[in-house]
Design a protein around this ligand. Sequence first.
Ligand code: RUQ
Ligand code: CUA
Length: 676
Amino acid sequence: MKRILSMLSVVLLLLFAAAMLSACGEERQPAEEATAVPAADGDETVVASGLPDEAMTIASDRGFSPDDIRAALMTYVPSGKLDEYYLFSSGGHSGNVLVVGVPSMRILKQIAVFTPESWQGYGFGSVESKTILDAGNVDGVEIRMGDTHHPALSETEGDYDGDFLFINDKASARVAVIDLRDFETKQIVKDPNIISNHGSTFVTPNTEYVLQGSQYATPLGWDYAPISEYKEKYRGLMTAWKFDRESGRIIPEESFSIELPPYWQDLCDAGKLVSDGWAFCNSLNSEMATGGVEQGNPPFEAGASQNDTDYMHIFNIDKAAEVAEAAGKTEMINGMRVIRMDTAVEEGIFFLAPEPKSPHGVDVTPDGKYMVVAGKLDPHVTIFGFEKMMQAIEDKNWTEDAYGIPVLDFDATVVTQVELGLGPLHTQYDGDGNAYTSLFLDSALVKWSLGGDDPAGYKVLEKVPVQYNLGHIAAAEGDTVSPDGNYLVALNKWAVDRFLPVGPLLPQNEQLVDISGAGPMRVIYDMPMGVGEPHYAQMIKADKLDPWLVYPEVGWDTLAQAPSEFATLPGEEKIERDGKNVTVFMTAVRSHLTPEHVEIEKGDHVTWHITNIETAHDATHGFQLGGYNISLSIEPGETTTFEFDAVNDGTFAFYCTEFCSALHLEMMGYLFVKPE
Ligand code: RUQ
Ligand code: CUA
């Protein structure tokens, strides 16, 4: 990074000097003298003859300021060169995840998660994707939408390891697992006892658990109960989904939940290092407001904001995991082990602490010692000390809430409060002891120093405006035990005037901010995201990932990540009939699908396996069967299966959808469905 910056500053100086010269109407320097810049590998000098003149002309024709030129140089990644980081961004209520390269901010891929996506053949006939999506159905209702909020990369010792990505669906309280070997969704789990989550997903430092806090309280299992029974029946949950790395799956049977009061739990974070084994969540409705403005009650936004404080929830997850294993300490509710509230209190696994009202983010510092709670309606962040919390617990320095849950003394747990600006929401960190917090109302990013136990050490350092209404921020590895600094992405809620108008629904704006410390923080790129609303993102060093280029074997089952029992090799293609059941074994290779003729009868049930027998990088074949809503993407080596009922007779054309060779248009075949 430093080398790139010093190179940048040389180029900038030159460009800037040349700009000044030409602005003063003086003679420009000869190009050859002005353009000696060190090559990227540092051991050679490249003379880019003629470049500055041309670059200068372009910059002045396009009206670039020196800052614009700097930003362009920092973010441009030449064709064929690769980005430094992957950004995994929530795609919000498009129900998917976007993968973006940093610093170029080029969109690399959209990963279909909760929502069908026909390019990837996700949710259009393939049995693999149907299996995944159906596991997220709710009581027999097919759910094909999602509201993704917080992606979480798997961690080893508190650092991203690049193996898996998790993301929540707030709308239906679900969590998905994405395997980063092939960047595909492998599993969706549905919490059987809550209907919305938010403080999710957050992983424990070795990804033993994927944590999920609920949002809007409902009776457990979202059974019917009138709102008049809110205090008695409505509840929240903290669910610890057990993750098994070996199989790459969440194991619901080994997962558990902790019953919570009906304060709307908001964001959560897992402890790390000293606070490893603990987790923290905010909440925003300690008033237990129940709305009903149409009946003359205060509306939710007023009812839920009356108290000066809400409750931070503090969990001893390690202890809870032990309790979940102990006989008779949990109750099985809808197939999930639930630690009831009184047990959680008795066992010392659940505490509260007052926090300024309606907070939003709670973000544990890289050393695991402090929990930074952003105020939302308060210009401060409140810094809780983990050791202080532990001391308060040991001293039983608490009062009790309406449910008998210990509420730790505020002064005994808080180190200090730092005034940052209006509407602080979320905090990230760099490796130099600094924190960065989004200011929603100020539309700004603020950088401040962490002071440890010394309140005087917390100082606001600088602010940079962003466009506009900043929500989450994602600094490079900025929520791990060893943040990188360098870059930060601002995930703004509004874009307004940043892009060409595209009608009333605007793209979302992810802005790249230079936080390298080489000068003030600066916005250096605007990336319009064609889907919304991106809530959180995580940025990981690119070399931590090692994705497959092709599947390990020809005939690969991408759900099991193992050889498929339906793998079809050349010469093994066939069509089998067993009564009304027809099974097709097909191969795909440049440039034919074998067999080319498939003849069935109306009323048949068809199971169709296709193996892409290619081993060449990027030799993907697509498969679409119009009229039957079938769309697949078959990557090199993959065996996929789709099923359908032949409800209509006729003559159908199926074809490959990827322009895979000069004879791609010929890569087709006919499905003949004979009338009964
Ligand atoms: S949210 S803008 Cu994480 Cu769902 Cu804060
Ligand atoms: Cu295969 Cu086109």
